[in-house]
Structures are given as C-alpha cells and as structure tokens.
Design a protein around this ligand. Structure first.
Ligand SMILES: CC(C)(COP(=O)(O)OP(=O)(O)OC[C@H]1O[C@@H](n2cnc3c(N)ncnc32)[C@H](O)[C@@H]1OP(=O)(O)O)[C@@H](O)C(=O)NCCC(=O)NCCS
Ligand SMILES: [Zn+2]
Length: 243
C-alpha cells in the first residue's frame, strides 16, 4: 500500500481483508477514513473524515470523497467525481467522470428489498439481485435525492434536491420531485436552458424545431421528440436524430 503523509492524514489507513489498498502517493486520506482491501485511489484524490470505502472499490483521479460518505464494495468512480458528505453509493453503481453526488444522496441497488426469504430465513447473497445504476458523465445528483435501483442518469442531467428517481433520466434533463419528473433541461455548465422565443426556461417537452440556449455559456441544443432528448448543436457535427 502507498499513500501520502500530510497533516493529520494517515500513513496507513485502516485495511480489511488480504489485499492492501493501492493509494496513489499524491492522494490524501484522512486518518479516520476506513479504506478496505483491494481498493484503488487515484492521483490527487481526497478522502475525508470517516468515509468508508469498501473492498474492491475503484476511485479515480482528482475525486473528493466527503465526510461520512459510503462507497460500497466494487463500486467504480471515474475521475473528477465529487461525493458530498453522507452520500451513500451502494454496490452495483457505476459513476462516470465528472459526476456530482450531493450531500445525503442515496444510490440504491435492490429494487425489491427483503431482509429474509419467504420462509423466514436470513436472505443470503444468492437471494438478492442487484439492479445496477449508472451515473453518466457530468451528471449531478441533488442533496438528499434517492436514485432507485435499475435506473440510469444521463450525461449532464441534473436530479433536483430531494427527488426520487424511478425511471431513466435522459441526457441533459432536469428532473425533480417524487417520483422525479422532467422540469426542463440543463446545459453542460449546469444552468437551465432557455427557450429563446420566450426568454424563459425551456419546458419539459419543447417543440422539435426549438433551439434551446444557455444564456451563460451560449451553447445551443435541439430537442428530439422521438428520443425525448436533446443534442448539442455544433458547427461541424452532422448529428441526425439520436438512436
Ligand atoms: C431543481 C433546481 C435545479 C431548480 O432550480 P430553478 O431552475 O431555480 O427552479 P425554480 O426555483 O425556478 O423552480 C421551478 C419550479 O420547480 C419547483 N422545484 C424547484 N426545485 C425543486 C425540487 N428540488 N424538488 C421539487 N420541486 C422543485 C419549484 O417549486 C418551482 O415550482 P412552481 O413553478 O410550481 O413554483 C433546484 O431547485 C435544485 O434542486 N438544485 C439542486 C440543489 C442541490 O441539491 N445542490 C447540492 C449541493 S449543496
Ligand atoms: Zn451553459
């Protein structure tokens, strides 16, 4: 195992199991963090107080893993991922690069949970089925949101604070509420996309011909009704409708 000695960070984080974690020397792991066996931690990543990183988790470069957060067995986090305080990321979740997971957010893995079998015995691993979740590149999960097992959150989508996501979220969609419903659309920079005709945030279901715009970074998008998604318009790309 390799890791940095910085301030009150530890030289040897707590380990469990047989394979020691591999922690890049430039990563910072607080002394109270619990990093289990066979974990990898990439360059410049910070892991804060009492975070628990379970066996076999893979954490990329330049990530920030907040206080009291939980990264379960075998979870993969890409690069530049922010996991805020108290967030829970369970087994079966894949987090792509640049994802934001807000404080107290919960990413679940069992759509129909039970502690016991139908005959009353303690449920074992074989009785339990993981429904995976993928959080795509650049997406954000708001504070206290719950993503129900078996749903994906699209590229640069945003899940509002306190939402309960029960269905896949399209790329760039903004969803809120319980169950989460689409409120509108967000840019790669995170701001709401506007309908230039009204100057107001674009609705959940724009006209196919509408060009949605970000007034902050000036990116432009087009809505594709059949796929219920938007695509960025670029000068060079011949994009066509998404599959
Ligand atoms: C979803 C969000 C991006 C919308 O922000 P906004 O574009 O400024 O939207 P508005 O405040 O104008 O709200 C528009 C409507 O959606 C509702 N709304 C906004 N956020 C909501 C939420 N999280 N859940 C449910 N409804 C919400 C508003 O009440 C309003 O409804 P109304 O038109 O009936 O009055 C924002 O409220 C949010 O939840 N951001 C995430 C914050 C967060 O968790 N940060 C984590 C780091 S601390
Ligand atoms: Zn923008």
């Amino acid at each position: 195992m390799r890791n940095a000695k910085q301030g009150d960070e530890q030289a040897s984080p707590a380990t469990k199991g047989s394979l020691e974690p591999v922690i890049d020397p430039s990563a910072r792991v607080h002394a109270t963090a619990d990093v289990e066996a066979d974990v990898t931690v990439g360059p410049r990543t910070s892991i804060w107080h009492r975070a628990q990183i379970r066996v076999g988790a893979r954490i990329g470069a330049d990530c920030v893993i907040g206080r009291d957060s939980f990264i379960d067995e075998g979870v993969t986090l890409g690069d530049r991922v922010k996991v805020q305080n108290l967030a829970l990321v369970y087994h079966g979740v894949t987090v792509e690069d640049g994802v934001f997971i807000g404080p107290n957010a919960i990413l679940t893995n069992d759509r129909y949970p039970r502690a016991i079998t139908a005959t009353g015995e303690l449920a074992r691993a074989d009785d339990w089925q993981v429904s995976p979740i993928t959080l795509r590149h650049g997406s954000s999960i708001g504070a206290g949101a719950v993503v129900v097992a078996g749903t994906d959150v699209g590229r640069f989508a945003t899940v509002g604070a306190g939402a309960v996501v029960t269905r896949d979220v399209p790329d760039h969609a903004l969803v809120v509420g319980n169950p989460a419903r689409r409120l509108g659309w967000v840019c790669a920079c995170g701001n709401r996309l506007n309908d230039p005709r009204t100057g107001k945030p674009a609705p959940a279901t724009p006209e196919a011909t509408d060009e949605l715009r970000c007034v902050v970074c000036e990116r432009r998008f087009q809505y594709f009704p059949d796929a219920e998604t938007i695509r960025e318009q670029t000068a060079t790309a011949n994009q066509g409708a998404p599959a």
